[in-house]
Design a protein around this ligand. Structure first.
Ligand SMILES: Nc1ncnc2c1ncn2[C@@H]1O[C@H](COP(=O)(O)OP(=O)(O)OP(=O)(O)O)[C@@H](O)[C@H]1O
Ligand SMILES: [Mg+2]
Length: 313
């Protein structure tokens, strides 16, 4: 069952198109990752799906309601953590819970019951009088997420919820996303982080307002990239990268730690040319060349470069 159905959703600001006829479905209970660079249109899309920004054209059915015709119904039935959302630092944990609980229309017994739940999942039992500003970043984000779903919506939208959060806290935060998804809540999340994309059931890549790829991580790694990715271990990595990036037979180059990744159409020929050019002509010591399963980053670099070439043509 789909909990979100998006059809040709579009937002224009004057003559500028921020989101351009995007269409996709999100299944109930899945973690749907929306990925894209700065300015790709993620926040604009999420705001339209939450019923807080009116689309220019197209529509989306979110939890059974149209964002075009019933934005208030949409708003009442979802949870939303906006990109720069943060709790009130100068209030205690409990005061934040009471405040947002009230905003979502929870009082008395229901509020008390949900407060208990929020404190438990944010690891803050017994710490309700702590000032929110004094909490570690990861705990604060868990608290913010728990509060975003305090009214038990079936769908929650999270716009870059882990921006600026350290990796271990991000892991912690994702545990809570997984718990929510397992309990049947649909999680729509935007992120820049490719490791987080791996935790999503479906990943959709957006560039310049349009969707350029969609699928699970495995599909993305196999469906779009027909070239081979070769990982090269060598000395003088910077020189080697520079030399390779100027070669016409090398499609994309990127650096992973101390290794170089290049994409080539023909693996055997690629290996021969690497040896010829780096070792024989430039005396670079190539220790190893391996064909690797592409990472999501390889796939995205490839897709984004392809899309930007298309936009130029
Ligand atoms: N109210 C507005 N008026 C005019 N242009 C806007 C408005 N809101 C967003 N834009 C433009 O629309 C494009 C998409 O912005 P959006 O905030 O959706 O991107 P994003 O993918 O969320 O980026 P980021 O990763 O930086 O948060 C940008 O070029 C932005 O400048
Ligand atoms: Mg944004």
């Amino acid at each position: 069952m789909n909990s979100i159905e998006v059809t040709a959703l579009t937002k224009k600001f004057g003559s500028f198109t921020a989101v351009n006829e995007i269409s996709f479905n999100v299944k109930q209970g899945e973690i749907f990752g929306f990925l894209g660079a700065n300015g790709a249109g993620k926040s604009t899309a999420i705001k339209m799906l939450c019923g807080i920004l009116e689309p220019t054209s197209g529509d989306a059915i979110v939890g059974g309601f149209s964002v075009m015709k019933q934005p208030d119904k949409v708003k009442a039935n979802i949870g939303y953590m906006s990109q720069r959302f943060s709790l009130y630092n100068d209030l205690t944990v409990e005061e934040n819970i009471n405040f947002y609980g009230g905003v979502y229309g929870l009082y008395k017994r229901k509020l008390a019951e949900r407060k208990k739940w929020v404190l438990k999942v944010a690891f803050l039992e017994g710490k309700e009088k702590f000032l929110t500003g004094s909490l570690p970043g990861g705990i604060k984000q868990r608290l913010a997420l728990a509060i975003a779903v305090i009214h038990e919506p079936k769908i929650v939208f999270l716009d870059e919820p882990t921006g600026g959060v350290d990796p271990i806290s991000r892991r912690n935060f994702w545990d809570l996303i997984n718990e929510l998804s397992q309990s049947g809540v649909t999680v729509f999340v935007t992120t820049h982080y490719l490791d987080e994309a791996e935790f999503c059931n479906t990943i959709t890549l957006i560039n310049a307002g349009g969707i350029i790829a969609s699928g699970n991580s495995q599909e993305l790694k196999t469906k779009y990239l027909t070239n081979s990715i070769l990982e090269i271990e060598c000395n003088r990595v910077v020189d080697a990268l520079d030399i390779l990036s100027k070669e016409p037979w090398v499609r994309e180059t990127s650096i992973f730690g101390n290794y170089i990744h290049i994409s080539v159409e023909d693996e055997i020929e690629g290996r021969r040319l690497i040896k010829k050019i780096l070792t024989d002509e430039r005396s670079i010591n190539v220790l190893r060349i391996d064909k690797i399963v592409p990472t999501l980053e390889d796939v995205f670099i490839y897709l984004l470069e392809k899309d930007s070439k298309k936009n130029v043509e």
